[in-house]
Write a protein that binds this ligand. Structure first.
Ligand SMILES: [Zn+2]
Ligand SMILES: [Zn+2]
Length: 137
């Protein structure tokens, strides 16, 4: 079980099941919404209980982004599929998670290098983004 919140605490959430390893997304939308890139885990929607009011921004035809309307913290990415993406930096305490790769590297910012030796995909990587802990690596 894991917990997280926005910066001001108006929005809190509890995750009751296993979470996917963290993936860093360097797409333009994640750059804009975070100011850098987004590192996110995910969990099945039914395992995520949210307290407080999330503001949603429809960022594309198929996805919306959840944030706190008061402090602006970027918390969730809600798109196709079974899982809700959770921005890993909003989790409280030790997460037990590890970063396992980078996606949309073709559009990453030019002001830094990715030097962690982890896999880098030019665009989307369905294997990375749908992986759950119980499915192995
Ligand atoms: Zn807040
Ligand atoms: Zn992205």
């Amino acid at each position: 079980m894991a917990e997280g919140s926005c910066l001001c605490g108006d929005v809190r959430y509890v995750v009751s099941g296993p979470m996917r390893p963290v993936i860093a997304c360097h797409c333009i939308q994640c750059r804009k919404t975070s100011g850098h890139f987004v590192a996110a885990t995910s969990a099945p929607r039914e395992d995520v209980e949210v307290f407080g009011e999330v503001s949603w921004y429809q960022s594309s035809d198929t996805a919306r982004r959840g944030f706190c309307g008061r402090c602006g913290s970027s918390l969730f990415w809600d798109g196709p599929g079974r899982n809700l993406s959770i921005h890993a930096g909003t989790l409280d305490g030790p997460t037990g998670l590890t970063l396992m790769g980078h996606i949309y590297c073709a559009t990453k910012g030019d002001y830094f290098e990715i030097a962690d030796g982890l896999p880098q995909a030019e665009g989307e990587d369905p294997v990375l983004t749908t992986m759950m802990p119980d499915q192995g690596v």
